[in-house]
Design a protein. Structure first.
Length: 231
């Protein structure tokens, strides 16, 4: 079963064609790394997948009955506010807002999901701490736990290790591998960390305005080489 299907996706953004004829079908449970130079269309693809911008042609389809609200999104650290006057727990459980419907309060399921994801992210002991008091790595884990609370099985991550030191980045990558393997989550991650990609992701999408490569990571020619193939 496919989690995401992009068919002939093109996006005109800011008066220019930012993406042209993107075609890929991502299996459920896959870990996709989206790579490319600055300006290659990675950010545009994210906005299109989130439904923030409309394709100029082509389509994006979610599989398995999933909807856009089922995407858990972790933005780049520099795009996320780090001065929330809230506790770690309050931020994490806010990921459930899209799922509570007309209910005025969080219910037991929401609190169970928050606890589960706080523990999964390794920050249960930090739940009463103010978010703004945390280190960069702890803040990223908090926002990842919130994304997991929002997720219906799909995670979209924009440069999750940007701004982290080497130890925190490695810890983040290990956590993402665990989530993908043990929680059966489909992960789409934009990254510049090309050295990590082959060992981390099951699939790779390389962009350069158009699509240079899509397929299993084992078949990726080399960082930046591309092939024009669509495996």
């Amino acid at each position: 079963m496919a989690a995401f299907v992009c068919s002939g996706l093109s996006v005109t953004y800011g008066g220019r064609e930012a993406l042209s004829d993107i075609n890929f079908e991502l299996p459920a449970g896959a870990f996709l790394a989206v790579v490319g130079e600055n300006g290659s269309g990675k950010s545009t693809l994210i906005k299109a997948l989130l439904g923030l911008i409309k394709p100029s042609s082509g389509s994006i389809r979610l599989g398995g009955g999933l909807k856009k609200r089922d995407i858990g999104y972790l933005p780049q650290q520099r795009e996320a506010r780090n001065d929330f006057p809230a506790t770690v727990y309050e931020i994490v459980i806010s990921g459930r807002l899209a799922h509570i419907g007309l209910r005025p309060f969080y219910d037991r399921r929401d609190h169970r999901e928050a606890e589960k994801n706080l523990r999964l992210a390794g920050i249960w002991e930090l739940r009463t701490r103010a978010f703004r008091e945390l280190s960069g790595g702890q803040q990223q884990r908090t926002l990842l736990a919130r994304a997991l609370c929002a997720s219906g099985g799909l995670l979209l991550l924009d440069e999750p290790a940007t701004g982290l030191d080497a130890e925190a980045a490695e810890s983040m990558y290990a956590l993402l591998r665990e989530i993908n393997a043990n929680e059966k989550a489909t992960v789409i991650m934009v990254t510049h960390d090309l050295a990590r990609v082959p060992s981390l992701a099951s699939h790779i999408l390389e962009l350069s305005g158009g699509q240079k490569y899509f397929g299993e990571s084992a078949g990726w020619p080399s960082p930046g080489a591309g092939s024009g193939a669509n495996a």
